[in-house]
Design a protein around this ligand. Structure first.
Ligand code: NAG
Ligand code: NAG
Ligand code: NAG
Ligand code: NAG
Length: 546
């Protein structure tokens, strides 16, 4: 947003004088012509408008849901709104933003949560960097999946097809508008977008040359089950349950987690570099009597037992690992009310009612491992997103960059390690450096939120992954280099912008070894690629070791 506003003020001084319509007359004519000249299978162009001056884009024409407000765009562009039928009973709405000043690259962006919202902030972020950028509503409108009831095709769109269609339709629009195809194609998404990114590499390996995936909601069937069971551990939806832990207590639980585990990485800074090394013992918080004391924070036995479950991985009846545990260190997250506010996790409830069980009266009282077996069996739209075979993507030269905050309160970072190891085993390789690199980010919560409570220099969470996590301007400088410029390849210093790093890898073969994150106060920290570890060295600061 800061970025958008900065660009906005920069461009306003260049507003044209009265007379001819503002902007580039040729591009305006080409843009308006798209509506009648473009023929794309199953697709209707709803509108093509040339937007010459930075302003606010109103929501898409077909919005039925709650995606809401208008959003800024920062550079002159051609905005194309389209609808594509994906089957006889399903379809998606999409927008392609084609900037006047184009870097020759195609960019697809993803979604979040269960939403069916075109992410204008991402479209703006990417078009401001001169990518021709497309996004869709992922096959449904608004933040509910009620429309999926008895419509398996909507689940297929949500699972993987919408992103494939955005690539197919988007590339045709690019070629129609600029009279040449994109030289390279990219995808970027976090959370659900990270899952979509993973599905793209697994199912449609030719769609994108480079893929950026943050905090991916992969192993989706187990994730959606785990989120529900986590809320059940504290008695949801019953706030009078003896195991219920009030939201206000979590800050103090977080303090105790830090007391036990902060120094394990060699430095007390409010950041647990390796949460998997933290063997948190909540028993230390147990009240000495049955009634909690007014003066000193403590927990009852049922509450301590709930914490022991929350900080243990989820295992099946045969002892098999089903899903990693909650990240210790994520207790102070602003997102905590979603999981620990006292209600059953709303996204899980929606998904079970409308997509898995097709039973709008489903109640969560009997929720347990039997339900997980059914969730796995239905696997709506093949949404599991947990296959380790990326050989087709690797063989076509695709490059994949993943990142995950190590204090992620919504999707535990353990899942990204687990997925890396699954791919490595599937490919019989110790590391995947040739085509898949994972960066774990200590002190970062979900996608682009710094975990609160770190002392200075704090969480180095900004590395260009989303518009809320801009790298320093100077570091961003080579990210908008025009195609053919060698500046990105020649840059000696480690990348501060993960998208620029992906572009360098795809186009120049320069793979990132570390990603440098920037903290709120401008301090930086090198983030290591898994399985290397970040270790504190009093002389050298943070260093990556095998
Ligand atoms: C308008 O855009 C076209 C295509 O990018 C470019 O060739 C032309 O120079 C531009 N015209 C002006 C007046 O900027
Ligand atoms: C999409 O499907 C609807 C309903 O079946 C149909 O009326 C419409 O013509 C289709 N649109 C395109 C572009 O194929
Ligand atoms: C619910 O409907 C979907 C199709 O929309 C189907 O695949 C699934 O098996 C159904 N669930 C149950 C429990 O029958
Ligand atoms: C990035 O793009 C802006 C706007 O087009 C341009 O003024 C600037 O010179 C570019 N920076 C680099 C390093 O190419």
């Amino acid at each position: 947003m800061e970025f958008a506003v900065a660009l906005l003020s920069k461009l306003i001084v260049h507003l044209p004088t009265f007379g001819a319509p503002p902007g580039n007359a040729t591009l305006r004519a080409n843009c308006l012509a798209l509506q009648s000249t473009v023929a794309i299978e199953n697709t209707m162009i709803l509108d093509a408008s040339y937007l010459p001056a930075p302003s606010w884009a109103t929501p898409k024409l077909t919005t039925l849901g709650t995606c809401g407000a208008s959003a800024p765009y920062s550079v002159p562009l051609c905005r194309v709104q389209f609808h594509t039928n994906t089957s006889a009973t399903s379809g998606l709405s999409g927008e392609m933003w084609l900037p006047d000043e184009w870097n020759g690259r195609f960019m697809g962006v993803g979604n979040r949560g269960l939403d069916g919202c075109i992410r204008y902030d991402d479209l703006d972020y990417m078009t401001a960097q001169h990518y021709a950028t497309v996004g869709t509503n992922n096959g449904h409108d608004g933040d509910t999946v009620r429309s999926f009831l008895n419509n398996p095709d909507s689940a297929i769109d949500f699972a993987s097809r919408a992103v494939h269609i955005e690539a197919v339709v988007g590339k045709q629009l690019v070629e129609a508008y600029y009279a040449r195809p994109p030289a390279y194609s990219y995808f970027s998404g976090c959370s659900t977008g990270g899952r979509q990114a993973t599905q793209a590499a697994l199912k449609h390996p030719d769609d994108f040359d480079g893929i950026l995936a943050g905090a991916p909601a992969i192993d989706f069937n187990h994730l959606i089950f785990w989120s529900g069971i986590l809320t059940r551990h504290i008695g949801a939806p019953d706030p009078t349950s003896p195991s219920f832990i009030p939201l206000a207590s979590w800050k103090l639980i977080g303090d105790e987690v830090l007391r036990q585990c902060d120094a394990l990485d060699g430095i007390k800074d409010g950041i647990i570099t390796e949460p998997d090394a933290c063997d948190f013992r909540p028993e230390s918080l147990l009240c000495s009597t049955d009634t909690p004391s007014k003066n000193k924070f403590c927990l009852t036995l049922p509450q301590v037992e709930a914490l022991l479950k929350i900080y243990s991985p989820l295992y099946g009846t045969a002892g098999e690992l089903l899903y990693p545990r909650f990240d210790p260190g994520a207790e102070k997250s602003p997102l905590l009310p979603y999981l620990f506010g006292g209600q059953f996790f709303p996204l899980t409830e929606e998904w079970l009612k409308y997509v898995v069980f097709n039973d709008t009266d489903y109640t969560v009282q009997d929720y347990g491992l039997e339900q997980l077996a059914l969730i796995d069996a239905v696997n709506p739209g093949d949404i599991a997103s947990f296959s380790g075979d990326l050989s087709a993507f690797r063989n076509r030269g695709g490059k994949f960059l993943a990142y995950h905050g190590r204090a992620d309160s919504i999707i535990p970072s353990g899942i990204s390690k687990r997925f890396y190891n699954l791919i490595a085993r599937t490919h019989s390789q110790a590391t995947l450096d040739a085509f898949y690199r994972l960066f774990l980010i200590p002190g970062m919560d979900h996608c682009d939120i710094p975990a609160p409570g770190a002392s200075a220099p704090g969480a180095a969470f900004r590395f260009g992954q989303t518009p809320n996590a801009l790298p320093p301007i100077s570091a961003n400088a080579n990210s908008n280099s025009s195609l053919g410029s060698e500046s990105a390849a020649k840059s000696e210093s480690a990348p501060h912008d993960i998208l620029a790093a992906l572009v360098s890898w795809v186009e120049h073969g320069t793979a990132p070894d570390v990603i440098v994150g920037t903290a709120a106060d401008g301090a930086t920290r090198a983030h290591c690629r898994y399985p290397m570890r970040s270790v504190w060295n009093a002389g050298a600061g943070w260093v990556c070791v095998e």
